[in-house]
Structure formats: C-alpha cells, structure tokens
Design a protein around this ligand. Structure first.
Ligand SMILES: [Zn+2]
Length: 86
C-alpha cells in the first residue's frame, strides 16, 4: 500500500466525542461512495467501531472530493479489481 492509496478524514468518536483522524484505503472509500455502501468507522480512543451515518458519509465524500481536486491526474475507477483485499 502506497501513501497515495490512503485517504484520511476526521470523525467524531460516538463515545467521548473526541475528533479522531481515521485512515482508509482509497479504493474502499471510492467503492463505498459509488455504491452507497456503508463505511465502517473506527475510533482508537475508545476502541469503538460503528457504521457511518448519512451525515458522516457526506463529510467523507466532501473530504474525498477535496483530495481529488488536489490531484486532478487521478481518476476514479469503478474497476472491482481495485477493491480487492490483499
Ligand atoms: Zn472516544
């Protein structure tokens, strides 16, 4: 996994409300956003995992759009081979 394949965004821990930066593989985020699949979030402060709510999905989409603007050469691919786990 290279640095370019990771996207980071802040989420609020549902337990302590602390803002934590989460890190996801870009293909996983792309696949979730394109297919309206839920994203599992994780807060290390409380070792808590939860499914992103609609508003959180919107925030994630906004962060993702921002990173794409930073890197216009990168295109979104819907190729399922990019979402494989390895
Ligand atoms: Zn917490």
């Amino acid at each position: 996994m290279t640095h370019d394949d990771v996207i980071r965004f802040p989420v609020s821990c549902p337990i302590c409300r602390k803002e934590v930066i989460t890190e996801y593989r870009r293909p996983d985020v792309v696949g979730a956003l394109l297919n309206d699949r839920p994203i599992r979030l994780y807060a290390p402060c409380c070792d808590k995992t939860w499914t992103a709510a609609y508003i959180e999905m919107q925030q994630i989409r906004a962060y993702f759009d921002a990173t794409r603007r930073d890197d216009p050469s990168r295109t979104v691919s819907t190729d399922p081979r990019e979402t494989r786990d390895d």
